[in-house]
Design a protein around this ligand. Structure first.
Ligand code: NDP
Length: 303
């Protein structure tokens, strides 16, 4: 069997087009442009890149972004003051605090402070708690897990009644992905670094969401034939030549790197029914869902 490739780039583009159309319709009706505040503490290159991608997406979709950079040594009090100001600011619909924060800051307190109506990342303990409760709905769902479920649905995978295994139990990916699958009536197993015999657990899974951050850990023979495999992992690995030696970039003089997922794609695609590539799978969905959440925030706030 060769798996159907779930094209995250195309599906994310579709989501973005839908958001763009709705934002334009709001403008035509005299409503405000949805606005996202991006809070970036420090100068981490990866965080800066993610924030600038989010700002660019806002601009492309007709939304406003208010960038709020803070120095790496900002105090907890000053960061909390900014969050309170953004909570109170009617010009701001969504607040995104780029994680991770420097270690001297209390991330939990900061996320708790973000107003749940503006919590477009879905990381506030109230939104996450509602996700875990039966009969309750969060205002916002964390963007990456939301993107994973969206991809499964777009691909036509039946979630209801399926055996799903989520590899990883982080607050931002694994756990909310598992909770979302439960809400969609899957039977869910969460596997992590203390799980015995992960391959045996996976072999029973109709749906696999892999979010461990371990390059190509999931092998093809761990996958149940026909399963849907969503690979969240983003791991840099050296590019090797045919002899297995690292290829050196002429430009930088350093070993060339490429991105791979947590799943051994070449093996798994021969067994799975559906699979997401890396890059071009879950990655583009995260920002698309953030844009959808920011539009929703403006709608909830009646702006
Ligand atoms: P974390 O490091 O926070 O969590 C990793 C999880 O994987 C933990 O629950 C850990 O278990 C588990 N784990 C680690 N090693 C193993 C192992 N050998 N066997 C079984 N379980 C293991 O990572 P994140 O959830 O933040 O991210 C996971 C991956 O997803 C990363 O590659 C990250 O780059 C990527 N990512 C991609 C995004 C996207 O937009 N596509 C967005 C966010 C993340 P334990 O709890 O026991 O320690």
């Amino acid at each position: 069997m060769t798996a159907k490739i779930i094209d995250g780039t195309a599906i994310a583009q579709k989501v973005r087009e839908e958001v763009k159309t709705k934002v334009a319709a709001r403008a035509a009706a005299g409503k405000s442009q949805p606005a996202l505040a991006t809070v970036l503490v420090g100068e981490r290159i990866d965080s800066r890149t993610y924030v600038s991608m989010k700002q660019k997406a806002c601009a492309e979709l007709g939304m406003i972004s208010h960038h709020k950079p803070l120095p790496a040594d900002v105090s907890q009090a000053d960061l909390e003051k900014l969050i309170r100001e953004l909570n109170a600011d009617p010009q701001v619909n969504g607040i995104l605090v780029q994680l991770p924060l420097p270690s001297h800051l209390d991330e939990e307190r900061v996320l708790q402070l973000v107003s749940i109506e503006k919590d477009v990342d879905g990381f506030s303990p109230i939104n996450l708690g509602r996700l875990a409760q039966r009969g309750r709905e969060p205002l916002f769902v964390p963007c990456t897990p939301y993107g994973c479920i969206y991809l499964l649905k777009e691909a036509g995978v039946t979630i209801k009644g399926a055996n799903a295994v989520v590899l990883g139990r982080s607050n931002i990916v694994g756990m909310p992905a598992a909770l979302l699958l439960v809400k969609e009536d899957a039977t869910v197993t969460i596997a992590h670094s203390r799980t015995k015999d992960i391959s045996a657990v996976l072999r029973d899974a109709d749906i696999v969401i892999a979010a461990v951050g371990r390059a190509q850990m999931v092998r093809g023979d761990w996958i149940k034939p026909g399963a849907a495999v969503i690979d969240v992992g983003i791991n840099g690995v050296p590019v090797l030549d045919e002899k297995g030696n690292p290829v050196i970039s002429e430009k930088t003089g350093k070993p060339k790197q490429k991105l791979v997922g947590d799943v051994n794609y070449d093996e798994a695609k021969e067994v799975a029914g559906f699979i997401t590539p890396v890059p071009g799978g879950v990655g583009p969905m995260t920002i698309a869902m953030l844009m959808a959440n920011t539009l929703r925030a403006a709608e909830i706030q009646g702006e």
